[in-house]
Design a protein around this ligand. Structure first.
Ligand SMILES: [Mg+2]
Length: 270
């Protein structure tokens, strides 16, 4: 048997080269996947337009809160999501690009523990308006329960009021928030507004649904946006991405790139 300098047979060398070729192709695809976030990050972090949209959302939310009907004996409550609704984690997304890293529970938890999320424009002012005008803010997030203390600390440092064990409801078992919403209502609150950056922040209707169903939900409920549902823009990530194809989250980076491309509606100049 002919052994080359690496100690591998010709066949084994071919297999090794093929595997390393596949691995480097996958790495290349993963890098390209991350690079596709750059423009969204530039817009999110640098544009005045993003900031204006956030203020617009919270200015509308304040009007909607003030105009919501009061129910006797039921205190008003507002349910908000946290990430990319009240607090800005785009520095974690930018780190992913710079370090060529996919989203990962471990690095996300490290980011959470670092308590470096910043406030979305208008979010602190809105939360504190609600809490000082007879309402109660509930912070319902799919951050992991093990990060509760760091999350509460981060929120308090940013100036959010009313952050405590009763109002901060993180994920325990399911990322479907409906059960947590129902629990707040069952405690006697008149929930007048839901605020999020993801359609799943309004309940179970869009949970694990594709984009066609998600768009149908918006179409069916379009009158609620601006009155009971307030949405913040998030082009960085969200269930709209996994909604591009069934099983999207299990695809390889190359398959994800292909799926993203296949979802483009392009002008045909032929
Ligand atoms: Mg969010």
């Amino acid at each position: 048997m002919k052994i080359n300098r690496t100690g591998l047979t010709g066949a084994a060398l071919l297999v090794a080269l093929t595997l390393s070729g596949c691995a480097s192709q996958q790495q290349d695809a993963a890098d390209r996947l991350n690079q596709q976030s750059v423009m969204a990050l530039n817009w999110f972090q640098q544009s005045g337009e993003y900031q204006a949209l956030a203020w617009q959302a919270f200015n509308f939310a304040t009007l909607a809160f003030d105009h919501a009907a009061s129910l006797t004996g039921k205190p008003k409550a507002v349910i908000v999501d946290l990430d990319e609704t009240m607090i800005d984690n785009s520095a974690y997304s930018a780190w992913q690009v710079k370090a060529n890293q996919p989203f990962d529970d471990k690095t996300w938890s490290a980011w959470t523990q670092a308590r470096q999320a910043t406030a979305i424009p208008g979010a602190v002012e809105f939360a504190n308006y609600v809490n000082s005008h007879g309402g109660t803010m509930f912070y319902v997030s799919n951050r992991d329960g093990q990060d509760a203390a760091a999350t509460a600390d981060n929120l308090k440092r940013l100036g959010f009021t009313g952050v405590n064990d009763k109002t901060l409801r993180l994920k325990t078992d399911s990322s479907n928030k409906q059960a947590r919403f129902d629990a707040i209502r069952a405690e006697g609150y008149n929930v007048v507004l839901y605020i999020g950056d993801n359609l799943n922040d309004y309940g179970t209707a869009t949970y694990h649904q594709g984009n066609a169903q998600r768009r149908a939900f918006v179409n069916q409920n379009h009158r609620l946006f601006g009155t009971q549902f307030i949405i913040l823009p998030n082009p960085l990530y969200g269930d709209w991405e996994s909604g591009l194809a069934q099983g999207y989250n299990t695809l390889t980076p190359a398959q994800k790139l292909q799926t993203r491309d296949a979802n483009l509606k392009a002008w045909s100049d032929k």
